[in-house]
Design a binder for this molecule. Sequence first.
Ligand SMILES: NC(=O)c1ccc[n+]([C@@H]2O[C@H](COP(=O)([O-])OP(=O)(O)OC[C@H]3O[C@@H](n4cnc5c(N)ncnc54)[C@H](OP(=O)(O)O)[C@@H]3O)[C@@H](O)[C@H]2O)c1
Length: 222
Amino acid sequence: MTTVGFIGSGSIGGTIARLAVAAGHQVVLSNSRGPETLADTVAELGPRATAATSGEAAAAGGIVVVTVPVTAFPHLPAAPLAGKTVIDTCNYGPERDGHIPELDGTSLTSSELLSRYIPGAGLVKAFNTIYFKHLLSLARPAGAADRSYLPIAGDSGSAKAAVTEFIASIGYGVVDTGPLADSWRQATGTPVWGTPYGPSSNEKGEPAGEDAIRAALATATR
Ligand SMILES: NC(=O)c1ccc[n+]([C@@H]2O[C@H](COP(=O)([O-])OP(=O)(O)OC[C@H]3O[C@@H](n4cnc5c(N)ncnc54)[C@H](OP(=O)(O)O)[C@@H]3O)[C@@H](O)[C@H]2O)c1
């Protein structure tokens, strides 16, 4: 069991926290408005959950989940994230984030941009391809025939191993898509983004196994 810090505790962060607590992990939540605004969420999650500032959540986590709008990247607490295994759930969307020139072209993935703001972190892209309601409903124990898979990308083998173990503990297998530079294969709008788990109108989602995720990744174009 590990302590998982959260920078961002909204739809996807809150769902990962819920699955993590159910799996026996400790979670430390944070957001932009301060720990007192997370009192209801902490009460709902129970004794394995606490709230803190973003810097404290980053320092506390054996794994830290960064799950914020891309516009928040410049405001992340870089010092306590150095040397940490960090999960990046974030998607770039100009309609929400405004246009970021480096990300409008094909020269840089959003995870590579994030890594510039948190140097020294072992960054792993994960969870960005699944709607938060599907993430909650499709979690299955290891060995289940209908276990779903999630693509992950990262440059650090040890960080990927830690994230693979964490994701397995909360109910999913992983498909390794390669380094952060290749994480465009799982970015917004690609075949593996959302579609394998069914439409958001079906809140239960549809299980997507390893073969389905590999097939979707193989058809990605840039
Ligand atoms: N929703 C999904 O199904 C889904 C699925 C996959 C990936 N994603 C991606 O994951 C990221 C989070 O999505 P979401 O839907 O969870 O968003 P959300 O519900 O809007 O939550 C965003 C969280 O980020 C926090 N935040 C914003 N700026 C911050 C800062 N400077 N420091 C610390 N925390 C900050 C917010 O805190 P305050 O509320 O206090 O501002 C909030 O807790 C986005 O990049 C999104 O594209 C979303």
